[in-house]
Design a protein around this ligand. Sequence first.
Ligand SMILES: C[S@@+](CC[C@H](N)C(=O)[O-])C[C@H]1O[C@@H](n2cnc3c(N)ncnc32)[C@H](O)[C@@H]1O
Length: 351
Amino acid sequence: MINEARLESFVHQVVNDMAASMSGVMTNIGHKLGLYKSMAGAGAITPQQLAQRTSTKERYVQEWLNNQVAGGYVIYNSENRTYELPDEHAMVLANSESSVFLSPGFDLISSMWLDEDKTIAAFETGKGIAWQEHHPRLFCSCEAFFRNGYQAYLTNAWIPALEGVEAKLKAGGKVADIGCGHGASTIIMAQAFPNSTFFGFDYHFDSIATARLRAQAAGVADRVHFEVATAKNYPGKDYDLVCFMDCLHDMGDPVGAVKYTKETLTDNGTVLLVEPFAGKNIEDNINPIGRMYYAASTAICTPNSLSQEVGLGLGAQAGETKLSEVFSEAGFSQFRRATATPFNLILEARI
Ligand SMILES: C[S@@+](CC[C@H](N)C(=O)[O-])C[C@H]1O[C@@H](n2cnc3c(N)ncnc32)[C@H](O)[C@@H]1O
């Protein structure tokens, strides 16, 4: 027996999701064409003014603006037919230095659409999808999406929350950043701790090539070394700090990776593990962030893990308990939550 009210409410929910999905394309366009940037701090403007400022065509801009108004991103004044991006919305959509800048997330989502056929095939075959098999949009958007959180918290809050690590890095320590991607976190740490030396490792060749360019552009290439290596064979010993920034759950053999890391640390070295925020059970993750991460995990993180040896498929929402089991199985005796943000768990492990 169909419950009509329930049916109606669910149709509303899905229509809302369809509107959000289509509008995600609009958000990406607004970001890439600089429409949000031009509107930021500009007050109320007309489609003609926005088109002029961004060298785009007014008819398209007007239609786009109406979508933005319908979604509550932009405010419309019907008296003078002007459009305004509130300052708070500009922080999220236009200001690339803000800790709540979310626009790059939409390019990451677009990579999931572009790779949809591969994901469908993976469901059918059970095979994995390695990082390098994804559409290249994933790599830059992942960097841009995570970088602002690292900029805001990594050296200001997360490292200070670890026992004795900040002092070591100020004095001059040795740090490895495993699964470093384009090296955003490695470079941010190098800029904050000029007496320390940093090594970024990733198994994806193109990411390491980009990371090297980023280090040169940031003027830290003398203290930051990027190399292609896996989490189970990266070179070097006596690291004071080994970081896994949003990547341990992507690995096929996280226990093996952490076991290997144990051998590369100094006796009182530390592992900084940054993972997506998640509760222990699915019931704890029924919220928009959980929904988002389970989707990314299905299309990106879990297939990446299944493409590697062991293929544990930890998932992006593994949560603190499962992650602590990985570390105890690998022989670490201390594991604790150092701090957290709405998006991330910041965990500390010591031998
Ligand atoms: C979600 S991205 C995070 C990148 C970077 N840490 C960041 O926060 O921007 C995961 C990264 O882990 C890398 N990765 C996955 N498995 C790996 C492995 N077994 N060894 C080394 N890197 C690996 C991928 O190539 C990718 O760059």
